[in-house]
Design a protein around this ligand. Structure first.
Ligand SMILES: [Zn+2]
Length: 1031
């Protein structure tokens, strides 16, 4: 009989029928599990190490029980669980249920079989879907329990530093009968209830779903499963009412974003990968339609070497097209700070790994969680076989909403890639009605594209997708009122989007994240390690390649370089290089940098020994001359420190040809020596014939003149090299964020500890130094150095940093008027405004830059160079370099301690391109190498030179697949169209263009001409050339 229906009571009636909290004594949810039984025995042993299974099972296990707790943080507890399934459960589905706040892995027959992580809704391991009498009823499982949660062990909040004394409790361990029919009805009712609630009262579909659910409660007798089919039929009738043709299609893909290190160390990530991926493999066995997009070659490599059995199963599912490797990079790296060459290596190492392991490279770049994306990335992707890009992080913008979800992204050279942001603004969906509706509603490109991505699964060790997510989405596959939800793959999605792309918009330039701008500065030692190790690997590759070209018997250290590159690339992960990780990770990262420095020094020595061993002086202290090597592609004249005959260090002005070396015996005298004069008021004046500076007693520049033009760089009455301290208390993401309001708390640093005094009187080098008190308890000592012939003034800086929530910057007000400043990025540069006109302008109050930034007007400008900093800003006429932060979460010790860094200021005539700012910034970062040499005669030698100053030869390395060839990578750095001739003295027999993966281009052969090899460039074009050597 029809009864009156009140919307609210009907909704809440259904809610209570499936509630986990209310009425479980009589509702459907209370019937999900049947009989239970404890394990026959439970025992454990605990270790502070992460050990293999074989070692673990040989240990002595002691009795344990549910309710026991284990720890402290980062320990591992191994449990031996003996189970005996009651024979009365024949025909029933039996689960082993395990609940703990630590992350668990079930081992059976010496193989990992499933992850058990409560926070990832994974608490059941299915022993049998239907217990057969013949089946053994007794078995032994091991559970490996990591004493950390999904997000580590933050004390009080997720991103707080880990609590070292946290204990983890085993709250459930038992066998249960699982009622699958109850579960299916629960999922039906959940979806109908969500449709009823979320489609809204204006939508009749809402009422259809509600009344169907209400009727299901009427027909369903929870004590009598024979009533369930009728209830399920009512639900099926709703779910099978189809959509019209115009409905949006959601491409759902399983995913599990695993941070390679973050609130836990690298070593734990290896286990997180195994726990998550084995769970995915189990799910694929019973759901052949399930797909899973999985990025980061490094994580595959970890699982390959630590879990070979699991890896073999993954390979099978890759072959079936279900487990889908994506991304093409070694790790999901930071998108701003790695150098151009590092970015190339992320792809080179990644794509080669995927090719070797799975027989194909990835066709999409996958970087959902990184804090901004360099405008050079489109060209690098295209050079590595990638035309598609998926991310979503710009949905975190604090100020402006990004205008598109599907668009062409165009980089600084004009390269374009089809880019998609899943419109639901997440990479960890749960397959809920609310999320699919949000995906459709939020999509900014309605009417242009009708397909979108939907990544579902718990990340970071939560084990990715669940059966329930899949079962929800099955019901929504094509149901009137909801978007179509298909299980899909990145390739299917992008192929469809490509067909729909004729009208989508284009975004030109960087994808700047308006949040997390403190990550350009946090953890200064990691930043310094990155810059330094990029330089070390560059130099080792250049010198080893030259050694190889000169002597084909030289053993190029390919495998060692690969190992070191992979350490560097790993540290570029998007919570390590940005500095948003815990102290344990920082320690690992710094250890990896130390290893690159150590091994790199050895490799460099071997290369130099091979390249010019006959010139070297073997007896220490008796050097008669100095061998100076230049790894950069232009001739350099600089002051270097060298070891003299008596073993003492002396200065010398040297000229070294491009990518080559020279022997220095008698030092060259500069046409104009450096003069240093103390003035009556205590200030100090220095000049070198190129620039003249005046410094006040606290080391501030009061004048900076270009002598040629007599042009003053500083505005009247302004001081440059002015340190300023800001309060730095963000809203939540401590290590990540610096907020706009920090600018309102500026305090100039003016407390002098030691006034400026002359430390080098001039000649080849003049210098003066001073010390300041910074904040409450930090100190800063700086040596300001002017070298003969140098166009820039260097600031060698030491800081003892003991602050909390402070931000130290150094400011250079300049007498230059320009509405834009220029910042170096990977293989190029870009402009950002110096004003705050619009919200898009002021949201970039703190930006990133590589080796230099510059502000210029026609004919004149000032550049600021640095050797290990990335954070910067240029507002109106003030250039600022961000030096140190002091966040307390997630690493309470972040940046506390000693720091050394160098920056330099360079006024120039003409444009920064014509003035050679780019080359000078390289010089500052790649010092000449001076080695004691014998008295042997040897003319200067150059391996490569270029006819155009617009072109930078960045990389010289052995080719990956051709030991008899080297790869030369060059880029156009001025933003111009230019032809450059590459000259080489190496025995080259063949030259051809290749892509960034070193695949020769069709028709790519380059003639070897008298003038060299002719190369033509458009603005910021990156070219790779394969040079085959004569042996
Ligand atoms: Zn992440």
């Amino acid at each position: 009989m029809a009864a009156p229906k009140h919307r609210r009571t009907a909704l809440e009636r259904v809610e209570k029928f499936i509630s986990e909290t209310y009425f479980t004594d009589c509702n459907l949810r209370g019937r999900l599990f049947g009989d239970r039984c404890p394990p026959a025995s439970l025992s454990c042993f605990q270790t502070s190490r992460r050990i293999p299974y074989d070692e673990a099972v040989g240990q002595k296990f002691s009795p344990a029980k549910v309710g026991d707790s284990f720890g402290p943080t980062w320990e591992t507890c191994w449990f031996k669980v003996e189970l005996s399934i009651p024979p009365a459960w024949a025909g029933r589905e039996v689960h082993f249920v395990w609940e703990s706040d630590g992350e668990g892995m079930v081992w059976r027959d010496a193989q990992p079989v499933q992850g058990l992580t409560k926070e990832g809704e994974k608490t059941s391991y299915i022993l049998t879907k239907s217990l057969k009498e013949m089946e053994p009823h007794s078995l032994t499982l091991y559970v490996e329990l990591a004493c950390n949660g999904l997000f580590g062990a933050g004390k009080g909040s997720m991103i707080a530093p880990p609590d070292p004394d946290r204990r983890f409790t085993l709250s459930k361990a038992e066998l249960v009968v699982f009622n699958r029919d109850v579960y299916e009805l629960l999922v039906d009712l959940e979806i109908l209830l969500d449709m009823a609630q979320l489609l809204g009262e204006e939508n009749q579909r809402s009422f259809q779903a509600l009344y169907a659910a209400n009727q299901m409660v009427n027909v369903c007798d929870v004590t009598d499963p024979s009533t369930f089919p009728a209830a399920r039929d009512l639900a099926a009738a709703i779910f099978s009412q189809r959509n019209g043709k115009s409905q949006h299609t959601i491409h759902a893909m399983g995913h599990c974003h695993i941070d390679s290190a973050w609130l836990w160390p690298y070593e734990e990530t290896i286990r997180k990968c195994a726990r998550s991926w084995v769970t995915v493999v189990r799910l694929m066995e019973s759901n052949p339609e399930l797909t899973f997009a999985c990025s980061q070659a490094q994580q595959f490599e970890w699982v390959r070497s630590w879990y070979p059995g699991l890896y073999a199963q993954i390979q099978d599912f890759v072959a079936k097209g279900q487990f889908v490797p994506v991304g093409g990079t070694w790790v999901e790296m930071d998108g701003n700070l790695p150098s151009g060459e590092s970015m190339v290596r992320q792809f080179l190492q990644g794509q080669r790994f995927f090719q070797q392991q799975f027989g194909r490279i990835c066709s999409e770049f996958w970087l959902p969680d990184t804090f901004g994306y360099s405008a050079q990335l489109p060209q690098l992707m295209r050079g590595c076989g990638i035309r598609r890009f998926l991310t979503q992080k710009l949905s975190w913008n604090l100020v402006n909403t990004f205008p598109n979800h599907t668009f062409f992204w165009e980089g600084i050279d004009g390269s374009r890639v089809l880019t998609h942001f899943p419109p639901g603004d997440s990479y960890g969906m749960h397959g809920r009605v609310e999320e699919v509706l949000k995906t459709v509603k939020n999509n900014k490109d309605k009417g242009l594209v009708n397909h979108s991505a939907f990544l579902f699964g718990f990340g970071d060790g939560g084990g990715g997708p669940t059966q329930k997510m899949l079962d929800r989405m099955k019901r929504m596959s094509d149901t009137d009122g909801l978007p179509r939800v298909q299980i899909s793959t990145p390739d299917r999605l992008f192929s469809t989007l490509e067909k729909e792309s004729s009208q989508v918009c284009t975004w030109v330039g960087e994808l700047f994240l308006e949040l997390h701008n403190g990550t350009y500065t946090t953890q200064a030692q990691i930043k310094k390690g990155n810059r330094e190790c990029e330089r070390i690997l560059h130099d080792v590759e250049v010198l080893s390649s030259l050694a190889l070209a000169r002597d084909s018997t030289f053993q190029y250290p390919a495998s060692q370089l690969q190992r070191l590159w992979r350490l560097l690339l790993l540290n570029q992960f998007h919570d390590v290089l940005p500095g948003s990780c815990i102290q344990l990770v920082v320690e690992d990262a710094l250890r990896y940098y130390a290893e690159i420095r150590r091994a790199g020094a050895g490799l460099q020595e071997e290369a130099v020994q091979s390249l010019c061993g006959d010139l070297l002086q073997l007896e220490a202290g008796s050097a008669e001359s100095t061998l100076v090597l230049n790894t950069l592609p232009w001739e350099r004249t600089e002051v270097i420190a060298r070891t003299g005959p008596a073993g003492t260090e002396t200065l010398a002005l040297v000229t070294v040809p491009s990518m080559g070396y020279a022997i220095v015996r008698e030092p060259v005298l500069p046409a104009q020596p450096v003069t240093v004069r103390r003035q009556e008021d205590g200030s100090i004046a220095m000049e070198n014939g190129v620039i003249a500076v005046c410094l006040d007693v606290m080391g501030r520049l009061t004048s900076l003149r270009l002598l040629d033009s007599q042009r003053e760089s500083l505005p009247d009455g302004c001081c440059a090299n002015q340190f300023a301290l800001f309060d730095d208390v963000p809203l939540y993401w401590d290590a990540w964020d610096v907020m706009d309001y920090h600018l309102e708390t500026r305090k100039p640093v003016t407390t002098v500890l030691k006034p400026l005094e002359i430390t080098l009187a001039g000649g080849l080098r003049g210098s003066a130094s001073f010390s300041l008190q910074v904040g409450e308890s930090s100190t800063l000592t700086q040596e300001i150095i002017l070298d003969a012939t140098s166009p820039y003034l260097r600031f060698l800086t030491q800081v003892e940093w003991k602050e909390a929530h402070k931000f130290l910057k150094v400011e250079f007000p300049v007498q230059v008027r320009s509405t834009n400043a220029t910042y170096e990025i990977q293989f190029g540069h870009l402009q950002r405004p110096t004003h705050w006109n619009t919200s898009w302008d002021w949201a970039r109050f703190e930006v990133w830059s590589h080796k230099w930034l510059d502000v210029s007007e026609h004919g004149f400008g000032v550049a600021l160079l640095n050797d290990c900093k990335y954070g910067a800003s240029a507002h109106r006429n003030v250039l600022s370099l961000s030096l140190l932060r002091a966040p307390k979460s997630p690493d309470a010790t972040a940046d506390i301690g000693h720091h050394q860094f160098t920056y330099a200021v360079m006024p120039h005539q003409g444009s920064f391109q014509d003035a050679g700012v780019i080359q000078r910034a390289y010089n500052l970062n790649f010092p000449l190498h001076a080695v004691p040499a014998s008295s042997a005669q040897c003319p200067a030698w150059s391996a490569f030179s270029l006819s155009s100053p617009a072109v930078v030869l960045e990389t010289l390395k052995q080719a990956e697949d051709r030991p008899d060839a080297v790869v030369v990578r060059l880029y156009e750095a001025h933003g111009s169209t230019v032809v450059a001739w590459l000259q080489t003295s190496l025995p080259v027999k063949e030259a051809m263009l290749c892509d960034l993966l070193e695949q020769p281009a069709a028709e790519g052969r380059l003639p070897l001409e008298q003038r060299g090899i002719r190369l033509s460039f458009t603005p910021f074009h990156v070219l790779s050339v394969l040079l085959v050597l004569r042996q």
